[in-house]
Design a protein around this ligand. Sequence first.
Ligand code: ASP
Length: 358
Amino acid sequence: MSSIDLNATKSPHILVLGMGGTIAGLASEPKDKPLQYEAGQVGIGDLLAHIATAVPQGLSLLSRQVANINSRNLTEPLLSELGEVVRESLANPAVIGIVITHGTDTIEESGLFLQATCGKYAHDLGKRVILTGAMLPANALGADGPSNLLDAIRWASISIDNCPGGIFAVMAGRGCMAMDLAKRHGTALNAPIQSSPSSSVGLINPSWLSGVKAVQDSWVEDLPIPKGGEWPWVEILTSHAGARLETITHWLSSDVKGLVLAGSGMGGFHDAWKGPLDQAISQGVALVRTSRTGAGMTRTDIPEKDPDGCRAAGTLSAPRARIALQLALNAAKQAALVGKPLTWQDFFDRIADLPEIR
Ligand code: ASP
């Protein structure tokens, strides 16, 4: 019989953190309308009890409910809390790995956030933090949550021993770096992972693994986790046919600290934005350019030369670029407090310039 020993805090265990999401969701008519459900209804203890008999023999699990939300409502203070819990738990010698059940809508943001704030720490300790979720609620026929959770637990444990420590995600039988996971389809069961460079859970793909190692070698220092109330205000604005200059001027009298521009194609934006964006830069608003296409690189000075104060986001999608910019602005502020002359651009580039896994 596998053990889910909720009192084994001192003996080696996998810590499973519950954040909510569809994996913890319940449909009122699961047979006929499985997609009409409420996310974040089932506690993490119950999700684990449901898979108890399938957990590998001898593996102890402990759980902690950090939140039980629909992840579309994820907040910055909650991200800070999650990051602090992960760092604190990684430091605990009894924790051999961490699994996080999370809603898939914003798993992209949490994946990038955890990589940027805890990735080096997890790697150095040789411990894996695994994000997972589900596309069908817990009581739907053929719910994908239980198998995703089991795969994540296996991946977090020592049973996949050629994979280094770090921040990963597991969905639909495949694993990837959590910073590569993004939901790019509204309903498909493999939606969060289908566009991510990944490996099968059962057999680690060597070329994927060498890509992971290249990223980890380049990630030399974790960025500080902003305090709950100290996240800089950053918005995402999308360029489109008929874009208006008011989309930018609207923000010029606000306290916004940064704008992520989801441009068209290679990340260019409508000419109507040029004047007000120059004005934003002169007011000290940080600008990051990415592409609304959902894939590919946004390169410096392409399609036009970037003004000082505007950075290209590399492979970062708009939601990831937003988190990266917030962390970079916060890191620059912290650095200034201890007299280090580092700019937000220095920190942002570290995240945006990581090698791409193919
Ligand atoms: N809306 C849900 C959430 O993000 C979707 C999911 O979990 O897949 O919490």
